[in-house]
Write a protein that binds this ligand. Sequence first.
Ligand SMILES: [Zn+2]
Length: 275
Amino acid sequence: MTFQKPPLNDSAEDRNPPVSNRDLLILLGLFLGVVVGVVWLLGLLVNNLVWLIPTQVEKTLGHLIVPAYERLAQPTPAQDVLNQLLQRLEQQLPEEQRQERDYRVLYVPDETVNALAVPGDVIIIYQGLVAQAESENELAMVLGHELGHFAHRDHLRSLGREILFRAIAATFLGDLGALQSVAVSGVSAISRSHYSQSQELQADEMGLTLLNAVYGHAGGATDFFRRLRQQRGSGIAFLSTHPSPRNRVNKLERLIQERGYSVGKISPLPPSLVD
Ligand SMILES: [Zn+2]
């Protein structure tokens, strides 16, 4: 193969040949690729950083956010019973998860049908949710599910990067001004929190494990979600913060089969939880 040397030409046009549209598109594509890559990496980093957040920061967040819910809660016999149920589930948690934690339920007398995992080891249970439940086992499943969110640190992810970074700074730098704003935006982020399908399924899996460990069978695991499924479109908060009950029921049923759990007799609601 022979190369024919192009004739030398000193004109500016040849030294800087015009950029073709194709070149521009390639450049643009490369640029967009880099941007997408960086965003993806950042997302990955934040997802993993959540595991590195020390419990100290979580406690700071708890001190800031929990009082807002404590003001709404009522120390009723219902709250005591829910806490006793929570304790039974907690005893089944792996040792390392039990050591640093002291979970408790705050029972909020409000018609909202929802339960929330709040930084500071607190599970908010609304009266509206308890009113929907028809057995102790169902409530144990909901509490176990929320314990799953803590175990996977979903409750921190739902706060979002900004609040987390501010809380970390406030914890280590003692920035009192930042603390108040963390409290306000934290409560609002929690009330808007929306978990992904995979976060929900993972939390359900843990709920099922704990339910089976406490009762020796998986009876009542799907009852609550099944009932809510029939009430779709009724503006139930649990359905907007905990999406797709149908997939969850299917997945739970599959797990029960795979693990060979039996489905035994369910326990009635404790008297203080009956309307
Ligand atoms: Zn959930």
